[in-house]
Design a protein around this ligand. Structure first.
Ligand code: EPZ
Length: 430
């Protein structure tokens, strides 16, 4: 397993661009199963999760040609099976996004229960509720989801809680169902808007995407199109938080600021000077310590749970004390234990992390437990003057492309050490 060595103590400064959104690309790749022609997708982020989804689709017989690092052409007309290989499904929870398209287009699916992960149980009852309402027969047998359906029919679906991939699965299934489907209490994330826009370009009839009520009029077929994936608002937020925590000044390009409203509002509360441009954002926190801010995660347009860990690190070096409340996942504070190894002053109580800021963190060897925890530990490494070591960085590779290169571009000292390399810390940053 590779690891990262980071020599902290420098403020980040400079300009970087943002890659395509992982959480938009994953459902859009699954939506390619609905298309009875070729689907050309570009601005795909070259991430591990994307490679896993491509492998999964190929295992079902979908032809996928990668035109370059960020563009693919896929064709699901000659799919050979509906049985998703267990090993591939278990590596990535987003494989649940195959459920709606396979049932809707091909009338059957057999997929292992994706199961929980480090941050929580991750149940799929809302996905199943919606698909059953549309006429699918789905049952769980020995940890496998087995589903079959004649032609799905539109339904009036009231989700009992807002689920991002639950909304996406139902919206995809409804696109080829017979009749109208209305999803009430739908999730409003920008990635759902991006998926809907891609489906509409393929001929789907969808209105209300981005609101809590989405109406889909089923059509007979979905045709070829070219689609450009939106930029990754979570990657963008991560670099902005890193710049604020290190008291730097960065300009991030290829990002729509509209999708970061709540996060930019919080960063202004920490004392950052923020300038918004049509497709870029500039953050300046030079020469002053960020102020601690209280944060409560919530479904969009609230503060995303996917930036909670990064804000914990910022509060760990902020002026004053504040709490961070996690309201989406039941076990998403594992990074706090690692931050405490770096002398962060954090006290966990129920779903709140109470944090008192200190001037600097201390270098340590820490372990990433999930994708966003990895990001929070990279930021922490940048804040500790000596060399920190971050293990299990395969988690990070699932959601951040070229992170070392981008951090180095911004003046950070960071090196990836493969397990074969036996370098001692002191040699790395001479
Ligand atoms: C999506 O996960 C994202 N993943 C997550 O990003 C993100 O953290 C999450 O939405 C919340 O914004 C993708 O889009 C691939 P949910 P998802 O269904 O859809 C409960 C990252 O770091 N729930 O919105 O799986 C669930 O347990 C990842 O990029 C049910 O109870 O999340 C959670 O507490 C991590 N039953 C809450 O709802 C269900 O059927 C929100 O989950 C579905 C969900």
């Amino acid at each position: 397993m590779d690891k990262l060595l980071i020599q902290g103590g420098r403020a980040l400064s400079g300009m970087i661009s943002i890659h395509g959104a992982k959480n938009a690309a994953l459902p859009i790749l699954a939506a390619g199963l609905l298309c009875d022609g070729s689907l050309n997708i570009n601005n795909i982020p070259p991430l591990q999760d994307i490679q896993s989804m491509i492998q999964l689709l190929r295992a079902l017989g979908v032809t996928i040609n990668t035109k370059n690092e960020t563009e693919i052409v896929m064709d699901a007309r000659h799919i050979t099976g509906y049985h998703a290989p267990e090993a591939l499904v278990k590596t990535m929870r987003a494989s649940i996004l195959l459920l709606g398209p396979l049932l809707s287009r091909f009338g059957q699916i057999k997929i292992p229960f994706p199961g929980g992960c480090a941050i929580g149980q991750r149940p799929i009852d809302q996905h199943l509720l919606g698909l059953k309402a549309m006429g699918a027969e789905i049952y769980i047998e020995n940890d496998w989801i087995i589903g079959k359906s004649k032609k799905l029919t539109g339904a009036n679906i009231v989700m009992q809680l807002t689920s991002v991939t639950g909304t996406e699965n139902i919206m995809m299934a409804a696109s080829l169902a017979k009749g109208k489907t209305v999803i009430h209490n739908a999730a409003k994330e920008p990635e759902i808007i991006d998926l809907a826009n891609c489906l509409i370009q393929m001929g789907a009839q969808i209105i209300g995407h981005g609101t809590q009520k989405i109406t889909i009029e089923g059509v007979k077929r979905l045709h070829s199109t070219h689609y450009h994936i939106m930029s990754d608002r979570i990657e963008a937020s991560t670099y902005l938080i890193a710049a604020a925590a290190t008291r730097g000044c960065i300009h991030i390009t290829d990002i729509n600021p509209r999708y970061l409203q709540s996060i930019l509002h919080v960063l202004k509360l920490t004392g950052a000077d923020i300038e918004i441009f049509p497709q870029s954002i500039r953050l300046d926190m030079r020469n002053h310590q960020p102020r601690a801010v209280n944060i409560k995660t919530a479904p969009y347009p609230g503060i995303a749970t996917d930036v909670q860990a990064q804000f914990c690190t910022l509060n760990a070096v902020a002026k004053g004390s504040a709490y961070i409340e996690e309201n989406i996942f039941e076990n998403r504070f594992q990074h706090c234990e690692e931050l405490i190894k770096m002398k962060a002053r954090i006290h966990l109580k129920k779903n709140r992390a109470w944090i008192t800021g200190i001037e600097k963190l201390e270098a340590a060897s820490v372990c990433a437990t999930d994708l966003r925890a990895a990001a929070s530990l990279v930021i922490a490494g940048l804040l500790a003057e000596d060399v920190s070591e971050i293990l299990n960085i395969h988690h990070m590779d699932r959601g951040y492309f070229d992170l070392e290169k981008k951090i180095s571009q911004l003046g950070g000292q960071i090196k990836r050490i493969s397990v074969q390399q036996k370098m001692i810390k002191q040699e790395v940053f001479i």
